[in-house]
Ligand binder design. Sequence first.
Ligand SMILES: *Cc1c(COP(=O)(O)O)cnc(C)c1O
Length: 231
Amino acid sequence: MADVLENLRQARARIDAACSRAGRDTTEVELLPVSKTHPDAAVRRAAGAGYRRFGENRPQEVARRAAELADLDLSWVAIGRVQTNKAKLIAEHAAELQSLDSVALGEALERRLDALGRTLPVLVQVNTSGEAAKAGFCPEDTPAAVATLRACPHLEVRGLMTMAAHTTDRDAIRSSFACLRDLRDRLRDVYGPEFGALSMGMSGDFELAVEEGATCVRLGSVIFGTRPAQA
Ligand SMILES: *Cc1c(COP(=O)(O)O)cnc(C)c1O
C-alpha cells in the first residue's frame, strides 16, 4: 500500500507519454483508480494525492464505501454489472455509471432517479470484442440503444465504455478501442460534444487505449496491486 502514491505517479506519467505520442492534450484523459477489493486505507492514500473519483464494480460496494468514507469528499463510479434490482443502490450512491448495458436497467434507473429527484451521468457499455462473457450492447445495436436511453430524462448519456478483447494480441485490443471510438464519433456527430466520453483501457492495455482516444482509463492492479480473483 505504501506504493499507491508512487503507482499513481507512474501510471499518470505513462498516460501523459501516450498522450504526447498521440498528439493529445493530457487534460483530456482521466485516470480513474479502481479500488474494488482493496482496503479503505488504500483509497484514503489515493485521496491524499488528490484523487476524488474511484471505480467500484459492485453496487453494494459503492454503497458501503460511500458510507464508510463519507468524511472524504469522494465520488463513486460504478463500472460493473448491475442487476436491475440493484438500480436503487446506484441511483442513491453513484456519481456515474459507466456500465449501462441494457435498456431495462436504464428504465429501472430512470424510475429510481425520478423518485430521488436527481440525474445520473451514464456511459453505455459496448461489447467490442464479441466475447460471449462480456457485457454490453453489440456495436450494431448501440445507436438505437443510445437513442432509447436518451429519452430517459434523468439519465445524462455522455458516451461509451468498453472492455477490450481478453488477449495478448495488441492488434485485437487496438481494434476493440478503435471500434468504440468510431461509434462515439458517429454518435457525437448526431448528439453533439456532450456525447464525448470514451472509457476504455485497464492496467494491461491503457496506453493503447489513450493512443486510440480514451478520455478515461480505469486502473486497478497497476495502482493498488494484484487482487484475489472475484466471483
Ligand atoms: C476491475 C476492472 C478494471 C480494472 O482492472 P485492472 O486490470 O486491475 O486495471 C477496469 N474496468 C472494469 C470494468 C473492471 O471491472
